[in-house]
Design a protein around this ligand. Structure first.
Ligand code: AP5
Length: 214
């Protein structure tokens, strides 16, 4: 039996931030499709080369590429007892792949982090990330102790390439067309929980704690 948690929501809703916290609290490994793709781009792998143009444009990387990447990841021993997914699935085809690896007694929970467009554009414009370890910061809400230097590893804190306003708006539109239909898909399965994404991290974790009860 394994436990699978899916963090679903628009860009900037807090999937990466909450995912990192939950992973520590629940001692469950986190799989972020965005981080895996960025790692491939950084390491100039063939997969990264294919993915980069889609990511820079704020479009989804084709299902065939992402599904293969995530399938390979979840097959690793480390994930046999369960995992938290940030950014996957993002299309009905990806949800179908996941369905294939979930068995009858596994526990699936989907948390939809909900927030409005203008709030998300403003939040993402202030996001910064460590280029070395990927830790997520916010210039106002969650700043690093020393400006530009990661608290966790001392790496350089930078702005993500796809966090310019026009690309953020493109990502929000892509989310509405291709990913939002997953809300209905998981609602029908009775596993969807709605969490306010426009509150502070503690409040979001509190809402999740009421459902998972750690
Ligand atoms: P990905 O990296 O997954 O980006 P995203 O879904 O657009 O989500 P973000 O990472 O932008 O936001 P988030 O919800 O994680 O918010 P965060 O916690 O950082 O994907 C990037 C690209 O990769 C895609 O565009 C696509 O091309 C490709 N891709 C990835 N997965 C794919 C897939 N499955 N299929 C196809 N293509 C795929 O928080 C944002 C900011 O807010 C931070 O500054 C944070 O500090 C702050 N913050 C967060 N929560 C709070 C809070 N509660 N209170 C205060 N501040 C907060």
């Amino acid at each position: 039996m394994k436990s699978i948690i899916i963090l679903l929501g628009p860009p900037g809703a807090g999937k990466g931030t909450v995912g990192a916290e939950l992973s520590g609290i629940l001692d469950m490994p986190l799989i972020s499709s965005g981080d895996l793709l960025r790692e491939n781009v950084k390491n100039e792998t063939p997969l990264g080369e294919k993915a980069q143009k889609y990511m820079d444009a704020g479009e989804l990387v084709p299902d065939s590429i992402v599904i293969k990447m995530v399938e390979g990841k979840v097959a690793e021993d480390k994930y046999s007892k369960g995992f938290i997914l940030d950014g996957f699935p993002r299309t009905l085809a990806q949800a179908g792949m996941l369905e294939g690896i979930i068995s009858g007694n596994d526990i699936l929970r989907v948390f939809y982090l909900k927030a409005g467009d203008d709030f998300l554009v403003s939040r993402l414009s202030n996001r910064r990330v460590c280029e070395k370890c990927g830790k997520i910061y916010h210039l106002v809400n969650l700043p690093s102790r020393v400006e530009g230097v990661c608290d966790a590893c001392g790496g350089k804190i930078v702005q993500r390439q796809d966090d310019s306003e026009d690309v953020i708006r493109k990502r929000l539109n892509v989310y509405k067309v291709l990913t939002a239909p997953l809300l209905e898909y998981y609602r029908k399965k009775g596993v969807l929980h709605v969490i306010a994404g426009d509150t502070n991290v503690e409040h979001m974790l509190d809402s999740i704690r009421k459902i998972i009860k750690w």
